[in-house]
Design a protein around this ligand. Structure first.
Ligand code: SF4
Ligand code: SF4
Length: 173
């Protein structure tokens, strides 16, 4: 079945992102993130002059396994490039909370799209395929201009329906 929408890139491309995950989330100084940090605050390991991690090669030995495990399903670069036209919070600090908010909204949508793509490759009945295609289409608003397009009820309702849909496919896994 052909999708009525074009899927976004669902693979992380950190080179096109503004290191949004290194800013957006709080760290608890636990076994996954070896320091304490508030949400919407740049990690102190981020280079001050660019958007690179200064300990990238040593994340595991330095206690940042959470950074190694983290994936955004392509939401980070989409926020940066499509919703903020390639601008960064480093260049314009006023953008910081808008960009991190957008990542928090878009990441679960991209993760759901990834799961729906994987589910579509299962040997599932046509009716289930149609349902998955409908959910996928609903998660891809046409020509989104801002994160508010992803907060639309239609998108959020579809997002809320994805777990039950995936659960319904359990007999085919
Ligand atoms: S938000 Fe995603 S694309 Fe951006 S740096 Fe983090 S993992 Fe990479
Ligand atoms: S340790 Fe590096 S990868 Fe992890 S949040 Fe900080 S800057 Fe980002």
């Amino acid at each position: 079945m052909t999708l009525p929408v074009t899927l976004p890139n669902l693979a992380d491309d950190c080179s096109r992102c503004a290191a949004l995950c290194c800013v957006a989330y709080p760290f608890d100084a636990d076994e996954d993130f070896a320091l304490l940090k508030r949400a919407d605050t740049p990690c102190p390991n981020l280079s001050e002059t660019c958007l690179n991690c200064a300990i990238h090669a040593d994340l595991l030995p330095k206690g940042f396994g959470g950074c190694v495990a983290y994936q955004c399903a392509g939401a980070g670069q989409r926020v940066t490039q499509e919703l903020f036209d390639g601008e960064t919070w480093r260049d314009d600090p006023d953008l910081l909370e808008h960009m991190t908010y957008a990542l928090r909204v878009l990441r679960p949508i991209h993760e759901a799209l990834l799961l729906l793509q994987e589910a579509s490759r299962l040997p599932i009945p046509e009716s289930a395929k149609r349902q998955g295609t409908g959910l996928t289409a609903a998660l891809c608003p046409l020509d989104p201009k801002s994160i508010h397009d992803f907060e639309d009820d239609k998108v959020q309702d579809a997002l809320a329906d994805v777990p039950a849909y995936l659960q319904s496919l359990a007999p085919f896994v």
